[in-house]
Design a protein around this ligand. Sequence first.
Ligand SMILES: [Fe+2]
Length: 280
Amino acid sequence: MRATLELPADHPGFSDPAYRRRRQAIADVGAAYRPGATIPDVEYTAEEDELWKVVSGQLAAKHRRLACGEYLAGAARLVLPTERVPQLGEVNQRVYELTGFHIRPVPGLVPVRDFYGSLAERTFMSTQYVRHHSVPFYTPEPDIVHEIIGHANMLASQVFAQLYQAAGRASLRATSDEALEFFSKVFWFTLEFGVVREGGEVKAYGAGLLSSYGELDAFRQAEIRAWDLMEMGTRPYDITRYQPVLFEAPSFDELVCRLGSFFADYDEHWYRSQMGRGAA
Ligand SMILES: [Fe+2]
C-alpha cells in the first residue's frame, strides 16, 4: 500500500500524466528508504539532467554577485555536479565529511515537527524529484534544486550546519503548536529568506532565495527591514509569491550571534514571556 501522488490543480505538472508517474516513481524511492541504509540512486532522465544544468548554471552566476560569503565558501567545498542532477547518496557523503550532517531522502513534504526535529540530529530530510520541465525557473514546492542548491550548500558550511542543528533543538522545545509556528516563521525569514549586509551590500543567505532564479533578481527591491525577531515570528507569509518584506542582519557575525542565541534560548517560556510583553 502506498500513498498516491496528488498535485494541486494549479501545479505545473497537474495535467501531465507522465510527470505524475515520474514523481510517483521517485517518491517511492524516498518512501522505501530506511535510516542507515545506502541511499539508492535515482536514474534521472536526460531532460531532468538538462534542467539541472540550465538552472544550476544560471543560479551559480547570480550567486557570485548576490550570495553571502559563507554560502559561497560552502558551495566551493561541496562542488556539486553542473551537468547532471546530483544523487542524494553522493551529496550526503560529501556533506557528512564536511560538517557531519546527513541528507536523508523523503517522498515529499513531511510533517513540520519531523522535518525540524531531524535537524537536531544533524539530519536534513530532502525530496529528490525535479520540478516540471515547462517552468524550469519556478517550483511551487521544494524540489531537489531547492534542497541541494539551497540547503545542501549551506550545510557544507560548519557555521550554517551549527545553526540548523540549533534550530532543530529549539523546535523540540517548542511543545505547543503556537510556539512551533513562531519558531517556524523565524526559520522562514532567516534560513529560508534571510538577507545580510556584507561589504555595504544586501546579500542573500536563505535557501529559498538562493534557489529561486526570479527572486534572486527581485529581492533587493523588497522592503528590507532591520532584524526583529518578534516581527519575524508573527508576520504571515505567502509561499507562492516573492516575499515583499525581508529582514536583514547587520553583518554575518551578528547574524550568527543573534540567530544562534535565539535558537539556543528558545522554548515555551521564551515564547510566552515575549508574547505577553508584546501584548501588554
Ligand atoms: Fe527549504
